[in-house]
Ligand binder design. Structure first.
Ligand code: DGL
Length: 274
């Protein structure tokens, strides 16, 4: 792969959730530049058809590529589940999704090979996680939790309504032969933001995994050589972060900073014409 030593990594999600992946990337690969695209005007993807999600995702990732991204991270489970192959086919740069890394994390964690995955309606209906887990010898139960994304987007990350809803979903998920499932996969990039609530309502014996860290590791491995060749000067530079949002820039700045854990300054409004 011929990537410059200080690559620009494009990260794409339907909204704020992908910031959990960006956060992990910044921790693991701080000497890179990042372009983040949140398609906030067209969220949620999780209740849309595969054709629509693929069209939106291709538009967004093309935008990142046109703006200099040399590697694309599809930091959205729904877009990965429904459109990764189509994004790869149309992109001129390497593409990394979040489902394979998420399944790999679950595989490392699960002792009894029984795993529960929560995600959007579209991710669950695609059975992308079930396939990825079954390939690793794991029995999977997938559960759609459509109310969680709007709660996260609203910033209700520590709210008792969120807790009540999460409890109902997880009670339904850890049932019907999966009472002893030992791992819970957060199959939606929004869910790490309510990890505390999910930890509280999930059965005590359950380990919680998400794909943020493992995806960041895959990206680091892909960039390996070019990163290790970076000069001392290049290493010393702080990451440059540039954000694009299709809805309110102000909302992105305010809510995004809470999710990313640092100030978000350079936000640009993007109008992707249909
Ligand atoms: N980011 C999406 C995911 O990881 C959830 C939000 C949406 O439905 O657009 O599945």
């Amino acid at each position: 792969m011929t990537t410059p030593r200080r690559p620009a990594i494009g990260v794409f999600d339907s909204g704020f959730g992908g910031l959990t992946v960006l956060k992990a990337l910044l921790e693991l690969i701080p000497h890179s530049d990042y372009l983040y695209f949140g398609d906030t005007a067209r969220l949620p993807y999780g209740s849309k058809s595969a054709e629509t999600v693929a069209r939106y995702a291709i538009e967004a990732t093309r935008y990142l590529e046109q703006h200099g991204a040399q590697l694309l991270v599809v930091a959205c489970n729904t877009a990965t589940a429904l459109a990764l192959d189509k994004i790869e086919a149309r992109s001129g740069v390497p593409v990394v999704g979040v489902i394979e890394p998420g399944a790999e994390s679950a595989s490392k964690e699960s002792k009894n090979r029984k795993v529960v995955v929560i995600g959007t309606e579209a991710t669950v209906s695609s059975h992308a996680y079930r396939r990825a887990l079954e390939q690793r010898g794991i029995q999977a139960k997938e559960k759609a939790c459509p109310l969680l994304v709007p709660l996260v987007e609203e910033g209700w990350i520590d709210h008792n309504v969120t807790e009540q809803i999460a409890r109902i979903y997880l009670n339904e998920a850890f049932a019907d032969g999966f009472e002893n499932g030992d791992t819970l996969v957060l199959g939606c990039t929004h869910y790490p933001l309510i990890r505390r609530v999910l930890r509280k309502v999930a059965p005590d014996h359950v380990a919680i995994v998400d794909s943020a860290q493992s995806t960041a590791q895959v990206v680091k491995d892909m960039l390996g050589k070019s990163l290790s060749e970076a000069t001392e000067d290049e290493r010393r530079k702080m990451p440059r972060l540039k954000f694009f949002a299709t809805d309110s820039v102000e909302k992105f700045r305010t809510l995004g900073a809470r999710f990313l854990g640092r100030e978000i300054e350079d936000v640009h409004h993007v109008d992707l014409k249909e």
